[in-house]
Design a protein around this ligand. Structure first.
Ligand code: PEP
Ligand code: CO
Length: 450
């Protein structure tokens, strides 16, 4: 795009989903403080992730993007981070073996705080109070005081992201992610849970492959590839003031990178072509994602590709479809054809969560495991029919044993939802539901290959 771009050029474009900060001067102070802090990631890392995603775009690798709907300031513990990471690593091993291709692992983690909302205000006891927009903006308690946006939360989000990323780096490089260890956790899942029983065969195959490798001298001590992994960070780039404050010029290439995370995505509610979010993200060198909902046409998607990736760089753009299980079969194929015919090298990822949310009879926002799985199936089938690569999945999950999505091996029902419903925002798959999904996705993609 010939139009000039600067880290603050988004400011002259229409913008949606921003909080009403009570005091602009307070906001500016917080943003200046963050702008003076070190970057959280560096440009070379974003480029490494982009090369991994280029392999996904070419059909030689698979993307697993997963984590919380919204990270919490209150549940900020080593235990939480470790358990989330553990599920992601377990899913990745299953997918790698099942599909026979490398899995690019990206967390919705270390910065996934800000939430778009369907309404600016919520009525509580006859009073209109601001909607909860994530801990980076306000508190979730249903009072006007808790919901008032507080700029010091931006600074706190920066620090929490830094500490989270530090632990993710330590775990992924320090032995926690060793392949035999992750496999042992998977075997525990297979032998100890009803949903795991189905996967004995796949787990045994992985076991044999590992034993074979050990017998030939390839073990976790001698081979760093078996001991260390990359888990990249990502979040929805919603609060553009925060993103701008962490946008830095790379000294080696001169390009601008948003150093708040390796990958950033644009949500379904902020992807207007002439809006501020597209303007901001078109100018940063990071790999970026954009949600693609059921209302989009082939022309809309091509326009998005042209705006965000005019140079057709493979791995630069990931289109994250979130159609809903009932709509994907009809809705996705025309988009796949349009993008393929236009020669755009995108990663196609399936978010089977956000198009399948409903309110349970008990009043809880939930999703059914079966709908989630049906959307993944529709996604894989559509790609198979069009000859394109079902490049990845984008999942909301947690390591904890929550009861937020119904169904799965434990047959969580409407009446179980109250038992451990802990999300501050959307319902997440629990650890066992997430693993079940990974095994089933591996089976689905494998069916087309064997
Ligand atoms: C999300 O990923 O949490 C989200 C809000 O998704 P979407 O923009 O697709 O609704
Ligand atoms: Co969500």
């Amino acid at each position: 795009m010939a139009k000039s771009w600067a880290p603050d050029s988004w400011r002259s474009f229409p913008i949606k989903q921003q909080p009403q900060w009570p005091d602009e001067a307070d906001l500016d102070r917080a943003l200046k403080q963050i702008a003076g802090y070190p970057p959280l990631v560096f440009a070379g890392e974003a480029r490494s992730l982009q090369s991994g995603l280029a392999q996904v775009a070419a059909g030689n690798a698979f993307l697993l993007q997963a984590g919380d709907c919204a990270e919490s300031f209150e549940e900020f513990t080593a235990n939480n981070i470790r358990e989330k990471l553990r599920v992601i690593l377990q899913m990745a091993v299953v997918l790698t073996y099942g599909m026979g291709v490398p899995v690019v692992k990206v967390g919705r983690i270390a910065g996934q705080f800000a939430k778009p909302r369907s309404a600016d205000f919520e009525q509580v006891g006859g009073e209109d109070i601001p909607s909860f927009r994530g801990h980076i903006v306000n508190g979730e308690g249903p009072t006007s005081a808790a919901r008032t946006p507080a700029p010091e939360r931006l600074v706190q989000a920066y620090h929490q992201s830094a500490a989270t990323l530090n632990l993710v780096r330590a775990f992924t490089k320090g032995g926690f992610a060793a392949l035999d260890r992750v496999h042992a956790w998977n075997q525990e899942f297979v032998s100890s849970s009803p949903e795991g029983q189905r996967y004995h065969q796949l787990a045994n195959e992985i076991d044999r492959a590992l034993r074979f490798m050990r017998a030939t001298g390839m073990d976790t001590e001698s081979n760093a590839n078996l001991r260390e992994v990359d888990v990249w960070t990502s979040h929805e780039a919603l609060l553009l003031g925060y993103e701008e404050a962490l946008t830095r010029q790379d000294s080696t290439t001169g390009g601008w990178y948003d150093c708040s995370a390796h990958m950033l995505w644009i949500g379904e509610r902020t992807r207007e072509l002439d809006g501020a979010h597209i303007e901001f993200l078109r100018g940063v060198g990071n790999p970026i994602g954009c949600k693609v909902g059921p209302s989009m046409t082939g022309d809309d998607v091509i326009a998005l590709c042209e705006a965000l990736n005019p140079a057709h760089i493979p791995g630069r753009l990931t289109l994250i479809t979130r159609m809903g299980a009932d709509r994907i079969e009809a809705g996705l194929p025309p988009l796949l054809r349009a993008v393929r015919d236009a020669g755009h090298p995108v990663v196609w990822a399936c978010d089977p969560m956000h198009g399948n949310t409903y309110t349970s009879p008990g009043g809880r926002k939930t999703r059914a495991f079966d709908d989630v799985m049906r959307e993944v199936e529709g996604f894989v089938q559509a790609h198979r029919a069009e000859g394109t690569w079902p490049g990845g999945i984008h999942i909301e999950l947690t390591g904890a044993d929550v009861t937020e999505c119904i169904g799965g091996g434990d047959q969580i029902s409407d009446s179980d939802l109250d038992h451990r419903y802990e999300t501050m925002c959307d319902p997440r798959l629990n650890g066992r539901q997430a693993l079940d999904l990974a095994f089933r996705t591996a089976e689905l993609v494998r069916q087309g290959v064997d």
